[in-house]
Each structure stands twice: as C-alpha cells, then as structure tokens.
Design a protein around this ligand. Structure first.
Ligand code: PEP
Length: 249
C-alpha cells in the first residue's frame, strides 16, 4: 500500500518560519514525492500554508476538529471550516488532546464522524501509555481505543489509524520494529474484524519519535503504511528523509 507520511507541527511555527518550511517542502514535492505527504500546521497557519503548498501534491490537514459544524464554541475549529480551507484530513484523538483536553473515545468518535461528514479523512490516534505497556496491556488498550473511537460509516476511504504509544511521543524512545510489528499486526486483525476485507486497505501509521535515522526500518514493517511525525516534521531535511523512506505502492 502507498505510504502516507504526515507532519504534525503541533503548536509550533510563527508565520515566517511556517511559510519557509511549507515552501521548502513544496519545492521538494514538486520534483516528486515517493509517497503521499500531508502537513498539519496550527490552525492559525492553515490558510497561508495551504496557499504555499497548493499544486505541489502535499495535502493539508487540521490537528483536531470540533464535533459540530458551527456555533457557540469559543476557540474551536469545525471540520467544515477545515474543509473550506482546503484540508483533506483531520487528526482526532491525539494523545495530547486526550490528556490535556480530557477527550474520551466517545468524543473522538464524534469528531471522526463529523470529519467524515465534512468530507475529510479522519486520522484516529491511539496508543497505550508507559504504565499500560509495563503491565502488558498494550494490545488490550489499543483494541478498546480502536473499537471505541471508530464511528459508524468509517471505512478505508475515510479513515486512517495512527498507532502512537504515548511513551514514544516526543521522548526519543521509539518503539522497536518488533513492538510495532506486534501492535500493527494486531490492529490489522481488528480492522479486518470490524470491516471485513476493507480492513486490509485501512492505512495504519506509526507515530512516536520517528526521525530520519529510524524511518526506513519502521516504514519497512509489513503493516506500517506510513508515519505520523511530530518533532522531525519541523525540520525539512529530516521530514523529507522520512518521506523518502515511504513506499510508492
Ligand atoms: C506526534 O505528536 O504525533 C508525534 C508522533 O510526535 P513525535 O514525532 O515528536 O514523537
């Protein structure tokens, strides 16, 4: 399956540096990208970054979205607003949202459903924390999160799953290819259980301290169909090295 490499810029980037990063990546993409590439800048920069990457083949995504289309929700961004700005994707259920904003699986399901309704692909994030891994509960946790966060109508065409062990995010502690194989094979089985054959076509991304040095071994794992990249997505050389580790088909 063609890989998707997605950059989650998180709450980083003033205007000048964001535009510089976007234009650097767009230049590289115009000469051809090995796989699909997505950038998710902060909402303040979506419009300007969207203009810079337009026509380069790089896709634009939001880092979160509200479950409703509009209304009295100060500070929130709706999936319809994201679509209006040219976004094709929205990340939902990132562990930082789950931890810092108390987002439960039920909330993540509503957000994913709203993203679908707006015509966006939802990137649903899940992953166990350090204590759950030590207790040997990683598979149990991701299974609960997966089935608890998939809305009705989810399919390979509108949903991507990102396995992001919390202990690996922003810590430099990357999961080993063996850890990733074990969880991704398990998630693939669960997706087939949920969707039948279509479960084979759902992209499964790995995220958690992916960098230029470890991307090729992680992206070579059988059921890894791309990466969700935080820190390294802010460095164009590093991010592009990860893109070049992806598979064309
Ligand atoms: C992320 O936040 O989705 C992420 C994977 O971050 P990092 O690559 O910095 O670990």
């Amino acid at each position: 399956m063609r890989s998707l490499v997605a950059g989650n810029w998180k709450m980083n980037g003033f205007k000048a540096e964001s535009l510089e990063l976007a234009s650097d990546l767009a230049g590289r993409a115009r000469s051809g990208a090995v796989c699909d590439v997505l950038v998710c800048p902060p909402s303040t920069m979506l419009s300007d970054v969207g203009a810079v990457i337009s026509g380069s083949g790089i896709m634009l995504g939001g880092q979160d979205c509200h479950a409703l289309e509009s209304g009295a929700h100060t500070g929130d961004v709706s999936p319809v607003m994201l679509a209006d700005l040219g976004c094709s994707h929205a990340i939902v259920g990132h562990s930082e949202r789950r931890a810092n904003h108390g987002e439960s699986d039920a909330v993540v399901t509503e957000k994913a459903a709203a993203a679908h309704k707006a015509g966006l692909t939802a990137i649903i994030c899940l992953g166990e924390n350090a204590a759950e891994r030590v207790e040997g509960r990683a598979k149990e946790i991701v299974t609960l999160q997966l089935h608890g966060s998939l809305p009705e109508g989810a399919s390979a065409a509108n949903t991507v799953i990102a396995y992001e062990p919390v202990w690996a995010i922003g810590t430099g502690n990357t999961a080993t290819p063996q850890d990733v194989t074990e969880i991704h094979d398990h998630l693939r089985g669960e997706l087939i259980r949920a969707f039948g054959d279509d479960g084979n076509a759902v992209r499964l991304l790995y995220g958690g301290s992916v960098n230029a040095g470890n991307a090729s071994e992680l992206l070579a794992v059988d059921n890894v169909n791309g990466a969700l990249v935080g820190g390294a997505s802010l460095k164009p050389d590093d991010f592009w090295a990860i893109v070049e580790s992806g598979r064309p088909d």
